[in-house]
Write a protein that binds this ligand. Sequence first.
Ligand code: EPU
Length: 337
Amino acid sequence: MQIKQNISLKPYNTFGVDVKTKFFSEYNSVEELKILLQNDTVRNNRLLHIGGGSNLLFLTDFDGIILHSKINTIDIVEQDMFSVLLRVGSGVTWDDFVAYCVKKNYYGIENLSLIPGEVGASAVQNIGAYGVEVKDVIEKVEFIEIESIKFNSFSNKECRYSYRKSIFKEKFKGKTIITHVYFRLKKEPTYVLDYAHLKEAVLKNGEINLTNVRKTVIEIRESKLPDPKKLGNAGSFFMNPIIPKSQFDELSLSYPSMPHYPVSESEVKVPAGWLIEQCDLKGKRFEKVAIYEKQALVIVNLGGATGENIATVASLVQITVKKRFGIDLVPEVNFID
Ligand code: EPU
Protein backbone atom coordinates (compact mmCIF):
# COMPACT_ATOMS: atom_id res chain seq x y z
CA MET A 1 0.00 0.00 0.00
CA GLN A 2 2.79 2.28 -0.97
CA ILE A 3 2.21 5.84 -2.22
CA LYS A 4 4.03 6.17 -5.53
CA GLN A 5 5.02 9.48 -7.10
CA ASN A 6 4.92 10.85 -10.63
CA ILE A 7 3.20 7.83 -12.16
CA SER A 8 2.07 7.63 -15.80
CA LEU A 9 -1.70 7.23 -16.13
CA LYS A 10 -1.52 5.78 -19.64
CA PRO A 11 -2.25 2.22 -18.42
CA TYR A 12 -5.05 3.53 -16.19
CA ASN A 13 -7.27 5.21 -18.80
CA THR A 14 -8.74 3.39 -21.79
CA PHE A 15 -8.39 6.50 -24.00
CA GLY A 16 -4.64 5.88 -23.61
CA VAL A 17 -4.02 9.55 -22.85
CA ASP A 18 -0.40 10.04 -21.74
CA VAL A 19 -0.59 12.10 -18.54
CA LYS A 20 0.89 11.73 -15.06
CA THR A 21 -0.40 11.86 -11.51
CA LYS A 22 1.55 13.39 -8.65
CA PHE A 23 0.66 10.51 -6.28
CA PHE A 24 -0.84 7.05 -6.79
CA SER A 25 -1.75 4.22 -4.44
CA GLU A 26 -3.60 0.90 -4.46
CA TYR A 27 -5.06 -1.05 -1.54
CA ASN A 28 -6.16 -4.68 -1.03
CA SER A 29 -8.71 -4.41 1.77
CA VAL A 30 -11.05 -2.08 3.67
CA GLU A 31 -8.49 -1.97 6.49
CA GLU A 32 -5.72 -0.84 4.12
CA LEU A 33 -8.04 1.80 2.64
CA LYS A 34 -8.82 3.16 6.11
CA ILE A 35 -5.11 3.46 6.88
CA LEU A 36 -4.49 5.21 3.56
CA LEU A 37 -7.27 7.71 4.21
CA GLN A 38 -5.53 8.74 7.45
CA ASN A 39 -2.27 9.44 5.64
CA ASP A 40 -1.31 13.13 5.32
CA THR A 41 -0.51 12.86 1.60
CA VAL A 42 -4.03 11.57 1.01
CA ARG A 43 -5.71 14.07 3.34
CA ASN A 44 -3.83 17.11 2.03
CA ASN A 45 -4.16 16.52 -1.68
CA ARG A 46 -6.97 16.47 -4.20
CA LEU A 47 -8.26 12.90 -4.29
CA LEU A 48 -9.58 10.95 -7.24
CA HIS A 49 -10.64 7.31 -7.02
CA ILE A 50 -10.53 5.41 -10.28
CA GLY A 51 -11.80 2.03 -11.44
CA GLY A 52 -10.71 0.54 -14.75
CA GLY A 53 -10.32 4.05 -16.24
CA SER A 54 -12.89 3.25 -18.92
CA ASN A 55 -14.97 6.34 -18.29
CA LEU A 56 -12.32 8.99 -17.70
CA LEU A 57 -10.85 11.73 -19.85
CA PHE A 58 -7.72 13.30 -18.34
CA LEU A 59 -7.33 16.82 -19.75
CA THR A 60 -3.94 17.38 -18.12
CA ASP A 61 -1.54 15.92 -15.51
CA PHE A 62 -3.36 15.20 -12.26
CA ASP A 63 -2.13 17.34 -9.38
CA GLY A 64 -3.23 15.15 -6.49
CA ILE A 65 -3.54 11.54 -5.38
CA ILE A 66 -5.26 8.80 -7.34
CA LEU A 67 -6.49 5.71 -5.48
CA HIS A 68 -7.38 2.36 -7.01
CA SER A 69 -9.03 -0.63 -5.35
CA LYS A 70 -7.51 -4.10 -5.54
CA ILE A 71 -10.21 -5.67 -3.35
CA ASN A 72 -10.65 -8.76 -5.47
CA THR A 73 -12.86 -11.12 -3.47
CA ILE A 74 -16.10 -12.84 -4.51
CA ASP A 75 -17.99 -14.38 -1.57
CA ILE A 76 -21.32 -16.17 -1.33
CA VAL A 77 -23.30 -14.50 1.46
CA GLU A 78 -26.45 -16.61 1.22
CA GLN A 79 -28.22 -18.87 -1.24
CA ASP A 80 -31.25 -21.06 -1.69
CA MET A 81 -32.72 -23.01 -4.61
CA PHE A 82 -33.77 -19.86 -6.43
CA SER A 83 -31.07 -17.27 -5.92
CA VAL A 84 -27.62 -16.46 -4.64
CA LEU A 85 -26.35 -13.31 -2.93
CA LEU A 86 -22.74 -12.46 -3.72
CA ARG A 87 -20.50 -9.87 -2.05
CA VAL A 88 -17.98 -8.72 -4.60
CA GLY A 89 -14.89 -6.54 -4.12
CA SER A 90 -14.83 -3.20 -5.93
CA GLY A 91 -11.55 -4.05 -7.69
CA VAL A 92 -12.84 -7.17 -9.45
CA THR A 93 -12.77 -6.70 -13.22
CA TRP A 94 -16.42 -6.46 -14.29
CA ASP A 95 -16.18 -8.97 -17.13
CA ASP A 96 -14.30 -11.50 -14.95
CA PHE A 97 -17.29 -11.32 -12.61
CA VAL A 98 -19.73 -11.87 -15.50
CA ALA A 99 -17.63 -14.86 -16.68
CA TYR A 100 -17.67 -16.28 -13.12
CA CYS A 101 -21.50 -15.99 -12.90
CA VAL A 102 -22.03 -17.57 -16.31
CA LYS A 103 -19.76 -20.47 -15.33
CA LYS A 104 -21.65 -20.98 -12.06
CA ASN A 105 -25.05 -20.75 -13.82
CA TYR A 106 -26.09 -17.56 -12.04
CA TYR A 107 -28.52 -15.56 -14.19
CA GLY A 108 -28.85 -11.78 -14.44
CA ILE A 109 -25.70 -10.11 -15.77
CA GLU A 110 -24.86 -12.11 -18.92
CA ASN A 111 -26.18 -9.24 -21.10
CA LEU A 112 -23.54 -7.03 -19.48
CA SER A 113 -20.68 -9.16 -20.83
CA LEU A 114 -17.49 -7.41 -21.98
CA ILE A 115 -18.37 -4.02 -20.52
CA PRO A 116 -14.99 -2.59 -19.54
CA GLY A 117 -14.30 -1.44 -15.98
CA GLU A 118 -14.55 -2.78 -12.46
CA VAL A 119 -17.28 -3.79 -10.02
CA GLY A 120 -17.06 -0.65 -7.86
CA ALA A 121 -17.57 1.66 -10.84
CA SER A 122 -20.44 -0.49 -12.15
CA ALA A 123 -22.43 0.51 -9.07
CA VAL A 124 -21.59 4.21 -9.45
CA GLN A 125 -22.40 4.32 -13.14
CA ASN A 126 -25.35 1.91 -13.23
CA ILE A 127 -23.84 0.29 -16.30
CA GLY A 128 -26.32 -1.07 -18.80
CA ALA A 129 -26.57 -2.87 -22.12
CA TYR A 130 -29.01 -4.98 -24.14
CA GLY A 131 -32.02 -4.32 -21.92
CA VAL A 132 -30.31 -4.91 -18.56
CA GLU A 133 -28.98 -2.39 -16.04
CA VAL A 134 -26.80 -3.41 -13.13
CA LYS A 135 -29.30 -1.78 -10.73
CA ASP A 136 -31.63 -4.70 -11.56
CA VAL A 137 -29.37 -7.07 -9.59
CA ILE A 138 -27.68 -4.85 -6.98
CA GLU A 139 -29.02 -5.43 -3.47
CA LYS A 140 -26.62 -3.35 -1.39
CA VAL A 141 -23.48 -1.23 -1.75
CA GLU A 142 -20.83 -0.89 0.96
CA PHE A 143 -18.58 2.16 1.08
CA ILE A 144 -16.26 4.28 3.19
CA GLU A 145 -17.12 7.93 3.77
CA ILE A 146 -13.90 9.75 2.89
CA GLU A 147 -14.19 12.63 5.37
CA SER A 148 -15.05 10.60 8.47
CA ILE A 149 -13.38 7.31 7.32
CA LYS A 150 -16.56 5.56 8.49
CA PHE A 151 -17.93 2.40 6.94
CA ASN A 152 -21.52 2.60 5.68
CA SER A 153 -23.87 0.87 3.25
CA PHE A 154 -26.85 1.73 1.06
CA SER A 155 -29.71 -0.46 -0.05
CA ASN A 156 -30.57 -0.50 -3.74
CA LYS A 157 -33.31 2.06 -3.11
CA GLU A 158 -30.96 4.40 -1.24
CA CYS A 159 -28.58 4.35 -4.22
CA ARG A 160 -31.31 6.22 -6.22
CA TYR A 161 -30.60 4.49 -9.47
CA SER A 162 -31.88 5.60 -12.87
CA TYR A 163 -30.42 5.51 -16.40
CA ARG A 164 -26.62 5.88 -15.91
CA LYS A 165 -27.22 7.65 -12.60
CA SER A 166 -26.80 6.97 -8.87
CA ILE A 167 -26.37 8.89 -5.64
CA PHE A 168 -22.61 8.20 -5.95
CA LYS A 169 -22.50 10.37 -9.11
CA GLU A 170 -24.66 13.12 -7.68
CA LYS A 171 -25.12 14.03 -3.98
CA PHE A 172 -22.25 11.76 -2.84
CA LYS A 173 -19.90 12.48 -5.77
CA GLY A 174 -16.30 12.39 -4.53
CA LYS A 175 -17.44 11.79 -0.94
CA THR A 176 -17.42 7.98 -0.77
CA ILE A 177 -15.31 5.02 -1.87
CA ILE A 178 -17.22 1.86 -2.72
CA THR A 179 -15.55 -1.25 -1.30
CA HIS A 180 -18.06 -4.05 -2.01
CA VAL A 181 -21.23 -4.57 -4.04
CA TYR A 182 -23.89 -7.19 -3.21
CA PHE A 183 -25.51 -8.84 -6.24
CA ARG A 184 -28.65 -11.00 -6.09
CA LEU A 185 -28.59 -13.40 -9.04
CA LYS A 186 -31.08 -16.06 -10.07
CA LYS A 187 -30.36 -19.77 -10.19
CA GLU A 188 -33.35 -20.51 -12.39
CA PRO A 189 -33.13 -19.73 -16.12
CA THR A 190 -34.28 -16.14 -16.75
CA TYR A 191 -33.26 -14.27 -19.89
CA VAL A 192 -33.73 -10.74 -21.18
CA LEU A 193 -33.62 -11.08 -24.94
CA ASP A 194 -36.03 -8.48 -26.26
CA TYR A 195 -33.38 -5.83 -27.12
CA ALA A 196 -33.28 -5.33 -30.90
CA HIS A 197 -32.40 -8.67 -32.55
CA LEU A 198 -30.61 -10.23 -29.58
CA LYS A 199 -32.80 -13.35 -29.43
CA GLU A 200 -32.33 -14.17 -33.13
CA ALA A 201 -28.58 -13.62 -32.76
CA VAL A 202 -28.41 -16.01 -29.78
CA LEU A 203 -30.37 -18.67 -31.67
CA LYS A 204 -27.83 -18.48 -34.49
CA ASN A 205 -25.25 -19.62 -31.94
CA GLY A 206 -27.40 -22.58 -30.84
CA GLU A 207 -29.86 -22.99 -27.99
CA ILE A 208 -30.66 -20.25 -25.50
CA ASN A 209 -28.38 -20.74 -22.52
CA LEU A 210 -26.09 -18.54 -20.45
CA THR A 211 -22.95 -19.40 -22.39
CA ASN A 212 -24.57 -18.60 -25.73
CA VAL A 213 -26.07 -15.32 -24.49
CA ARG A 214 -22.64 -14.24 -23.25
CA LYS A 215 -20.98 -15.37 -26.48
CA THR A 216 -23.53 -13.47 -28.59
CA VAL A 217 -23.30 -10.25 -26.57
CA ILE A 218 -19.50 -10.41 -26.88
CA GLU A 219 -19.79 -10.91 -30.65
CA ILE A 220 -22.17 -7.93 -31.01
CA ARG A 221 -19.98 -5.68 -28.88
CA GLU A 222 -16.81 -6.72 -30.71
CA SER A 223 -18.46 -5.99 -34.07
CA LYS A 224 -19.56 -2.48 -33.05
CA LEU A 225 -17.18 -1.24 -30.39
CA PRO A 226 -13.41 -0.77 -30.71
CA ASP A 227 -11.07 -2.73 -28.44
CA PRO A 228 -9.47 -0.12 -26.14
CA LYS A 229 -6.22 -2.10 -26.24
CA LYS A 230 -5.99 -1.39 -29.98
CA LEU A 231 -7.81 1.94 -30.28
CA GLY A 232 -8.18 4.21 -27.25
CA ASN A 233 -11.83 4.91 -26.37
CA ALA A 234 -14.26 5.00 -23.46
CA GLY A 235 -17.27 3.26 -25.00
CA SER A 236 -20.29 5.56 -25.35
CA PHE A 237 -18.95 9.10 -25.00
CA PHE A 238 -22.41 10.62 -24.42
CA MET A 239 -25.54 9.43 -22.66
CA ASN A 240 -28.61 8.85 -24.79
CA PRO A 241 -30.63 12.05 -24.28
CA ILE A 242 -34.05 11.93 -22.66
CA ILE A 243 -36.26 14.61 -24.23
CA PRO A 244 -39.85 15.80 -23.66
CA LYS A 245 -42.38 13.88 -25.75
CA SER A 246 -43.62 17.18 -27.21
CA GLN A 247 -40.12 17.89 -28.58
CA PHE A 248 -39.90 14.37 -29.96
CA ASP A 249 -43.32 14.68 -31.67
CA GLU A 250 -42.20 17.88 -33.36
CA LEU A 251 -38.85 16.40 -34.47
CA SER A 252 -40.47 13.24 -35.81
CA LEU A 253 -42.42 15.35 -38.33
CA SER A 254 -39.08 16.14 -40.00
CA TYR A 255 -37.37 12.83 -39.05
CA PRO A 256 -40.05 10.11 -39.12
CA SER A 257 -37.44 7.33 -38.87
CA MET A 258 -35.87 8.65 -35.66
CA PRO A 259 -35.42 5.64 -33.30
CA HIS A 260 -36.85 6.21 -29.83
CA TYR A 261 -37.76 4.44 -26.60
CA PRO A 262 -40.52 5.64 -24.24
CA VAL A 263 -39.18 6.45 -20.75
CA SER A 264 -42.42 7.75 -19.20
CA GLU A 265 -45.72 9.25 -20.36
CA SER A 266 -43.99 12.55 -21.03
CA GLU A 267 -40.41 11.57 -21.93
CA VAL A 268 -38.65 9.76 -24.74
CA LYS A 269 -35.06 8.47 -25.00
CA VAL A 270 -33.34 9.02 -28.34
CA PRO A 271 -30.10 7.26 -29.37
CA ALA A 272 -27.26 9.78 -29.42
CA GLY A 273 -25.46 7.60 -31.98
CA TRP A 274 -28.31 8.17 -34.44
CA LEU A 275 -28.31 11.95 -33.89
CA ILE A 276 -24.54 12.09 -34.45
CA GLU A 277 -24.76 9.93 -37.57
CA GLN A 278 -27.50 12.18 -39.01
CA CYS A 279 -25.08 15.10 -38.66
CA ASP A 280 -22.66 13.24 -41.00
CA LEU A 281 -20.07 12.93 -38.26
CA LYS A 282 -19.81 9.13 -38.17
CA GLY A 283 -16.32 8.03 -39.26
CA LYS A 284 -15.05 11.64 -39.45
CA ARG A 285 -11.39 12.15 -38.52
CA PHE A 286 -9.97 15.21 -36.81
CA GLU A 287 -6.19 14.68 -36.83
CA LYS A 288 -5.55 12.25 -33.91
CA VAL A 289 -9.21 11.86 -32.95
CA ALA A 290 -12.13 10.27 -34.81
CA ILE A 291 -15.80 9.45 -34.46
CA TYR A 292 -15.78 5.67 -34.67
CA GLU A 293 -16.89 4.41 -38.08
CA LYS A 294 -19.08 1.57 -36.73
CA GLN A 295 -20.74 3.39 -33.78
CA ALA A 296 -21.09 7.16 -33.81
CA LEU A 297 -21.43 7.35 -30.02
CA VAL A 298 -17.80 6.35 -29.58
CA ILE A 299 -14.89 8.79 -29.89
CA VAL A 300 -11.51 7.19 -30.54
CA ASN A 301 -7.90 8.19 -29.98
CA LEU A 302 -6.17 7.33 -33.27
CA GLY A 303 -2.83 7.56 -31.44
CA GLY A 304 -1.12 10.30 -29.47
CA ALA A 305 -4.22 12.46 -28.89
CA THR A 306 -4.32 14.60 -25.77
CA GLY A 307 -7.35 14.86 -23.52
CA GLU A 308 -7.88 18.38 -24.85
CA ASN A 309 -7.88 17.09 -28.46
CA ILE A 310 -10.61 14.59 -27.54
CA ALA A 311 -12.61 17.18 -25.58
CA THR A 312 -12.50 19.56 -28.56
CA VAL A 313 -14.03 16.93 -30.84
CA ALA A 314 -16.65 16.07 -28.20
CA SER A 315 -17.61 19.71 -27.98
CA LEU A 316 -17.89 19.97 -31.77
CA VAL A 317 -20.26 16.97 -31.72
CA GLN A 318 -22.38 18.63 -29.01
CA ILE A 319 -22.58 21.95 -30.90
CA THR A 320 -23.47 20.24 -34.21
CA VAL A 321 -26.22 18.07 -32.67
CA LYS A 322 -27.63 21.04 -30.74
CA LYS A 323 -27.77 23.16 -33.91
CA ARG A 324 -29.48 20.47 -35.98
CA PHE A 325 -31.88 18.93 -33.42
CA GLY A 326 -31.98 21.37 -30.49
CA ILE A 327 -30.89 18.49 -28.22
CA ASP A 328 -28.11 18.74 -25.61
CA LEU A 329 -25.78 15.74 -25.46
CA VAL A 330 -24.41 15.13 -21.97
CA PRO A 331 -21.09 13.26 -21.74
CA GLU A 332 -21.11 9.93 -19.97
CA VAL A 333 -17.32 10.25 -19.72
CA ASN A 334 -15.91 12.16 -16.72
CA PHE A 335 -13.59 15.02 -17.63
CA ILE A 336 -10.71 15.35 -15.14
CA ASP A 337 -8.66 18.57 -15.15
N1 EPU B 1 -27.45 4.20 -34.03
C1 EPU B 1 -27.21 4.84 -35.24
N2 EPU B 1 -25.92 5.10 -35.56
C2 EPU B 1 -24.88 4.76 -34.78
C3 EPU B 1 -25.13 4.11 -33.56
C4 EPU B 1 -26.43 3.84 -33.19
O1 EPU B 1 -28.13 5.16 -35.97
O2 EPU B 1 -23.73 5.03 -35.17
C5 EPU B 1 -28.85 3.84 -33.70
C6 EPU B 1 -29.11 2.38 -34.06
O3 EPU B 1 -29.74 2.32 -35.28
C7 EPU B 1 -30.05 1.89 -32.99
C8 EPU B 1 -29.82 2.83 -31.82
O4 EPU B 1 -29.02 3.91 -32.31
O5 EPU B 1 -31.37 2.05 -33.38
C9 EPU B 1 -29.20 2.15 -30.64
O6 EPU B 1 -27.88 1.71 -30.96
P1 EPU B 1 -27.10 0.62 -30.09
O7 EPU B 1 -27.95 -0.59 -29.93
O8 EPU B 1 -25.75 0.46 -30.67
O9 EPU B 1 -27.05 1.25 -28.65
P2 EPU B 1 -26.72 2.72 -28.12
O10 EPU B 1 -27.97 3.35 -27.64
O11 EPU B 1 -25.91 3.49 -29.11
C10 EPU B 1 -26.42 1.91 -25.65
C11 EPU B 1 -25.41 2.01 -24.55
C12 EPU B 1 -24.24 1.09 -24.82
C13 EPU B 1 -24.76 -0.34 -24.91
C14 EPU B 1 -25.80 -0.40 -26.04
C15 EPU B 1 -26.46 -1.75 -26.14
C16 EPU B 1 -25.62 4.29 -23.72
C17 EPU B 1 -24.99 5.65 -23.61
N3 EPU B 1 -24.94 3.39 -24.42
O12 EPU B 1 -25.80 2.39 -26.85
O13 EPU B 1 -23.36 1.16 -23.73
O14 EPU B 1 -23.71 -1.25 -25.20
O15 EPU B 1 -26.85 0.57 -25.78
O16 EPU B 1 -27.38 -1.92 -25.13
O17 EPU B 1 -26.69 4.07 -23.17
C18 EPU B 1 -21.36 2.25 -22.97
O18 EPU B 1 -22.03 2.75 -22.08
O19 EPU B 1 -20.13 2.48 -23.07
C19 EPU B 1 -22.00 1.39 -23.96
C20 EPU B 1 -21.32 0.91 -24.98
